[in-house]
Ligand binder design. Sequence first.
Ligand code: ZN
Length: 479
Amino acid sequence: MDDYIIRNYKPEKLFHYFEEISAIPHGSRNESGIADYLCRFAKDRGLEWYRDQVNNVLIKIPATPGYDREPAVLLQGHTDMVCEKNMDTEHDFTTQPLDLYIEDGWLHARGTTLGADDGIAVAVMLALLDKEAAEHPALECLFTVEEEIGLTGAKKFDYTKITSKRMINMDSEGEGQAVVGCAGGCRSDITLPLAFVPAAGQAMSLKVSGLMGGHSGVDISTGRSNANKIMGRLLLALRRDIDYNLISINGGLMENAIPRECEAVITALDFDTIKDMAVRIAASIASELCREDAGFILSCNRRETPKLMMNCASTRKVAAMIGSFNNGVLRMSDDVPGLVEYSRNLGVIRTNADSIKFSLSTRSAIESQIDASLDYLDAFTELCGASVEHYNRYPGWKYEKVSPMRDKYIAVCRRVLAREPKVLAIHAGLECGIIKAALPDMDIVSIGPDMVNIHTPDEKLNLESLERFWQIIVGMLRK
Ligand SMILES: [Zn+2]
């Protein structure tokens, strides 16, 4: 490839490698092409390399002269990218290269995600392995797969191959800030069997909508309301004065998103009475919501009465379960002001032919809290006569009070950026949690350059920021 689009940024190789990998399709589960490229790269340069069955790749390079006694550093990022495109963009992510262009100093891909998350990590590691930095200790460069679909590549890697005790993960965004802690989590599905009887009365739909929603981790402390929980509250309030039977209830799309909508279909004797009551209850709920949820509406509409409805016992139980489910922020961190330590999100409710399923996610930076959450969910479902399945558990990474890597990052940032960097922990999952669980002595920071709108076709990378990011990495590797 001679026709590089990115010119006049330093070091040239860093930017050229980013362009080269952009030409290789690398969506999640399709990382074998980029793994081939990495292994060939290592072979051509006589570097020690290892590729596992799922296409995680590890490449090692010895210390430069004078750095033999310095502690080795593990550099890490993921090779897979999220494949999102605009509706009117024709692009096959499995065969076509990304169509890169630059606008006002920002790199984009036409109509698609750019894969700067986490292509910048791959490009930085390749430039280092290609001897772009004059001084560094022994480096272990780990390229993981399938980060974007549940951190599964990092979970499968054999960490006995790693000797470093210091690590830089390059899967964060935002110049001048380092992530130094993340949450672990677990998904759970609760299933309650339902009893149905022939339907009677007037059917109607009650629909909660217009809420802001958001990420069930990073947005859980915003005060935004959960549509499923609002519906639970409404159903409990209605039954103070009125008899109704549930026909179905469905809300939310993903267990890791705060649900924005929830619809219950019920039957009762009198539509108008229920509607009046529901509207009154909704008005008092609306007055409690945060400003971002100002779009909240409850709509009530007549429906054709179906053949079956839940019996009284099932109806009462479903309303009680949703209403009493312990949801949202459960504890804030003592070490990091403003950081959520422990939370739960009732993301999805689905009514099926003979049961109802509740899908939720638990997050915590502390393993014992996740254990406790699973115990709580087991006990809650036992009380309800339901069953529960837990899956996709991954560990968190707790903020360490002592971290030489963090200190070094701060010192280098002050020099390169001439300002005070921020260090923060996040209430979301990173591969660092998995690596920290496998290698508990590892001292980790997670950093990245300025990039915005990741996971969307508007993803863009600031090229000057990537230049400075390189200087920060090189600075951190120097004595
Ligand atoms: Zn990423």
